[in-house]
Write a protein that binds this ligand. Structure first.
Ligand SMILES: C[S@@+](CC[C@H](N)C(=O)[O-])C[C@H]1O[C@@H](n2cnc3c(N)ncnc32)[C@H](O)[C@@H]1O
Length: 296
């Protein structure tokens, strides 16, 4: 017989309260979702993520009146509008991020990548610096990059076409990013002078990204699992941080190859500090932990 604490544990919802309406996921249902999520989003859910998946999907099941995970699964399969699919990824994806996360990358960008890339692009008679933030989440990372580009180029910024493409698969995350509203506690890593120049205080503990910074970031929904990337030109800098941790080796290798194909010669790839690329996994040249470069 199952132990009481075990039963309670298994029927806790997201907030930790025990609910009588909690719907359990069977082995077969977990397998269906696991395969589906892997195929569509590249996210590799191990057995350890079973409870997490079950908890996160409860709200959707309740809202839509599904009595089982199988019913929900079938509804996703039959939904031609793909809205069910996007609701699923919103629930499954982990959007944890913060301003100036893993800041050594930003130091490297400002102290090494930009001083190298700007004269190089200028020498080619161009003034277009193409930067892509490929797992932008709720916007903190792309706004940091955009602020640094503006600060670095200073008055010359307006002569450059130096916008930033920021993509993510999650609608919810992108919505937050586009609104650009952050609570005071999420702003603690933002230096005072940046807060002053790039944010408006809109409430007792709320800030909003100023329009002139927002305009520099182009948000688009994009699934990194897409086999073909729809970009016209390669990027000089790609940030693809803390998303590959959710992918297995095969998925990661495929993605890194596609990123490489869209990196301009001499361009940089930044990945998360907890992520590594095996030597045989990439054509990029290793520069420093989690920093890679495409040679000429
Ligand atoms: C943990 S956040 C990382 C955010 C930010 N790059 C950072 O390092 O702080 C991971 C992001 O990857 C996104 N993501 C997961 N799978 C994806 C996919 N297949 N295509 C695009 N984005 C994906 C999630 O929606 C989430 O916003």
């Amino acid at each position: 017989m199952a132990d009481l604490s075990d039963l309670l544990q298994r029927s806790k919802n997201d907030e930790g309260f025990v609910s009588r309406n909690f719907i359990q996921i069977s082995d077969e249902e977990f397998e269906l979702f696991r395969k589906f999520i892997y195929r569509n989003f590249g996210i590799n859910l191990t057995d350890a993520k079973r409870a997490l998946l079950m908890n996160r999907l409860q709200k959707i099941l309740k809202k839509k009146g599904f009595r089982s995970f199988k019913e929900y699964y079938e509804s996703i399969q039959n939904d031609k509008s793909l809205s069910e699919l996007s609701e699923l990824i919103d629930a499954v994806s982990t959007n944890h991020t913060f301003f100036f996360r893993e800041s050594t990358h930003f130091d490297y960008l400002v102290n090494t990548s930009l001083p190298e890339l700007i004269p190089r692009i200028t020498a080619q008679g161009q003034k277009d610096l193409r930067v892509w933030c490929a797992a932008a989440s709720t916007g903190e990372e792309p706004y940091v990059i955009a602020m640094l580009l503006m600060e670095y180029l200073g008055k010359d910024y307006r002569n450059w076409s130096a916008g930033l493409l920021a993509t993510d698969i999650s609608h919810d995350a992108l919505n937050t990013a586009m609104h650009g509203i952050y609570s005071e506690d999420r702003m603690s890593q933002v230096p005072k002078k940046y807060k002053h120049s790039y944010f408006d205080k809109i409430g007792p503990d709320q800030y909003q990204v100023k329009e002139h910074l927002k305009q520099e970031v182009l948000y688009r929904r994009f699934n990194l699992m897409n086999e073909t990337f729809p970009f016209k030109k390669p990027f000089h800098v790609i940030f693809c941080r803390n998303v590959m941790i959710y992918f297995d080796q095969v998925t990661r290798a495929g993605l890194v190859q596609r990123l490489y194909d869209f990196t301009a010669p001499g361009g940089y790839l930044f990945i998360g500090n907890a992520e590594t690329l095996g030597r045989n996994e990439t054509k990029y040249t290793y520069i420093a932990p989690s920093i890679y470069k495409r040679s000429d």
